[in-house]
Design a protein around this ligand. Structure first.
Ligand code: ATP
Ligand code: MG
Length: 369
């Protein structure tokens, strides 16, 4: 099996570092503090949540709900209930009847899967009873008398619901009344989470511990990758590992994907130039994802995007040299282009420098230029 996972979580064996982050989370959880976990896309928030679950599974019933793509309170509740159903709570015989009662009282339609577990399809609620099923869910959690760790991933989605401020207030009060449940709210849209948790006028104001995750230490990642090759007696040139860590900006998913790619080669490349030749093919295969990009951007935006890809990291976009690389004449056009690329999340500012958010797109643009 390829030890470099590019989705999901298996066990600590396939997980690199995050020691401090895990300790912080675990200590907050044991002290009954709710947590907001923030990090850029694909840095490893969801995997970290599962890593923490793995370490706390004897102490807590761990529940994971991903609310990405939900657009209403009903859908939100449905995902939470589905998370609950797929957790260990169901394995506890005492809770089974309670859970079926909960499903009935939610007025939910559910189907039983091949694993014998129900999945909620829809929750039927009249408009003025929107909060009712959420209350029932929290009542259910409160009666359980077992410690529960409840992670709600992609939490920023709740900002997109109609009626979101009264909903936040309701959710906040339900959360505050539950004594046996600790919550992790996780997401990647910094400004949205920031508004939710740090705006004075909002219900969640400063109600949770903020934990952010960034890059994994370079030396630790190097040792992790080298160790996986060594374990199966595959040779790998350490320069190639350094090169991967460099060109991936240490962005977790891309490190994993590149390491997975090298590991999967029948004959491991022995030099950086051999690696590059293989990697080029791998990146060019992605043209299906990227070929329509120029149509979504103005000429200037695309030109600046290419300029950033070519430069890799841009400290000062209005410097003469960068203006020339990206063929932009005025500082104000440059500012406009940068702001729209930031808005579209095609680029990010990291440690004061601009780069492409999608590392593969950076490499793709570099290869096709
Ligand atoms: N510490 C780690 N060690 C090894 N692999 C990791 C680590 N953290 C994450 N990964 C892997 O990196 C990939 C991306 O991680 P994950 O999906 O958790 O990121 P995310 O921040 O939740 O992304 P998104 O914002 O898209 O939800 C996954 O394949 C995961 O298995
Ligand atoms: Mg995630």
């Amino acid at each position: 099996m390829n030890p470099f996972l590019i989705k999901g979580y298996i066990s600590p064996l396939f997980f690199c570092n995050r020691v401090k982050e895990s300790e912080m989370l675990i200590s907050a959880i044991r002290n009954n503090q709710d947590i907001t976990l923030f990090g850029l896309r694909r840095y490893g928030k969801s995997a970290l949540i599962h890593h923490v679950f793995h370490q706390l599974q004897k102490e807590y019933v761990c529940v994971y709900a991903d609310i990405w793509g939900t657009s209403s309170i009903e859908e939100f509740t449905k995902e939470l209930v589905n998370g609950l159903i797929s957790s260990e709570v169901f394995a506890k015989q005492k809770t089974t009847t309670k859970l079926f009662n909960l499903l009935k009282s939610l007025g939910a339609s559910f189907s039983i899967g091949t694993d014998g577990l129900p999945t909620v399809d829809v929750i039927f609620n009249s408009r003025n009873q929107q909060f009712k099923s959420l209350e029932e869910l929290f009542n259910f959690l409160n009666q359980l008398e077992i410690p529960i760790l409840f992670a709600i991933d992609e939490f920023q989605e709740i900002k997109k619901y109609d009626n979101n401020v009264p909903f936040e207030g309701k959710l906040r009060s339900l959360i505050q009344q539950s004594n046996n449940t600790v919550f992790i709210f996780s997401g990647s849209e910094h400004h949205l989470l920031n508004e939710l948790f740090n705006e004075y006028s909002r219900p969640f104001y400063q109600s949770t511990r903020m934990v952010s995750i960034g890059k994994i230490d370079k030396g630790d990642y190097h040792a992790f990758i080298a160790g996986k090759f060594k374990k199966v007696k595959k040779d790998i040139n350490p320069e190639i590992i350094d090169y991967i860590l460099e060109i991936s900006h240490l962005h977790t998913y891309y490190v994993q994907a590149m390491a997975n790619f090298v590991y999967g080669q029948e004959k491991t490349p022995s030099s950086i130039s051999e690696f590059d030749a293989l990697y080029r093919e791998y990146i060019l295969e992605k043209h299906v994802f990227y070929s329509e990009l120029p149509e979504r951007l103005t000429k200037q935006q695309f030109s600046v995007l290419k300029g950033i890809a070519k430069t890799r990291l841009v400290e000062s976009p209005t410097s003469a040299s960068f203006m020339e690389i990206s063929r932009i004449r005025s500082a104000s056009s440059m500012h406009r282009a940068i702001n729209s690329l930031l808005d579209k999340q095609l680029i990010i500012k990291e440690e004061g420098k601009l780069r492409l958010y999608d590392v593969f797109l950076e490499h793709y643009l570099k290869f096709v230029l």
